[in-house]
Structures are given as C-alpha cells and as structure tokens.
Design a protein around this ligand. Structure first.
Ligand SMILES: [Zn+2]
Ligand SMILES: [Zn+2]
Length: 98
C-alpha cells in the first residue's frame, strides 16, 4: 500500500486521528490554546492499510499526516514545531533539518 500523497510505501500505519490524539496530549500540556486548534486531515478510505492503533483504514503515511501538523505549528510557534519534529519524528527531521 502506498501513500496517496507522497507515493511512499506505508511502513508504520498510524491514521491522522490517532496521530493528532497523540500530538494533542503532548501539546495540551505545553500550549492548550494551540492544541485545540490542531486540525486533522480526514482521508479515510475503504481500502488501504489498517491503522496500528485503532484499525481504521487509512491511505496516507505518518510522514504526510505529521507534516501537516508540523506546518501548522511552524506558522504559530517555531519552537513547538521543532519540539514536535523531535518527538514525532517520522523521518520528518531528516528532510526538514538536513
Ligand atoms: Zn506520504
Ligand atoms: Zn488510528
């Protein structure tokens, strides 16, 4: 199964919902205002890989879903964006900070 956005093979299926829940619980302790503004991509599909955590079918890779959140954070708070990349590092860092 390949990601519909970047065409990379999905190796670590985590759906945008589960990812944003994780990000939310982290961010909520640091910056609750921003935490409540995180939007999730909703790209649920009938086909695709099952999320490792909730079993929902999904077709975008963790890299693409986390990238969206990263960009959102970067627009609001650069420090948090860096912290995010360090914590939820789905190979994001390699590309962004190489
Ligand atoms: Zn992708
Ligand atoms: Zn999930």
């Amino acid at each position: 199964m390949k990601c519909t956005l970047c065409a990379e093979t999905i190796t670590n299926p985590i759906c945008p919902d589960c990812l944003s829940q994780r990000v939310f619980s982290w961010l909520n302790e640091i910056n609750p205002v921003l935490a409540h503004k995180i939007k999730t991509l909703n790209l649920e599909t009938e086909t695709g890989d099952s999320c490792l955590f909730c079993g929902k079918k999904m077709s975008i890779c963790a890299h693409c879903s986390s990238r969206d959140i990263y960009e959102f954070l970067e627009q609001n708070n650069q420090d948090l964006a860096k912290e995010f990349a360090a914590r939820f590092d789905f190979e994001l860092r390699k590309q962004l900070f190489a």
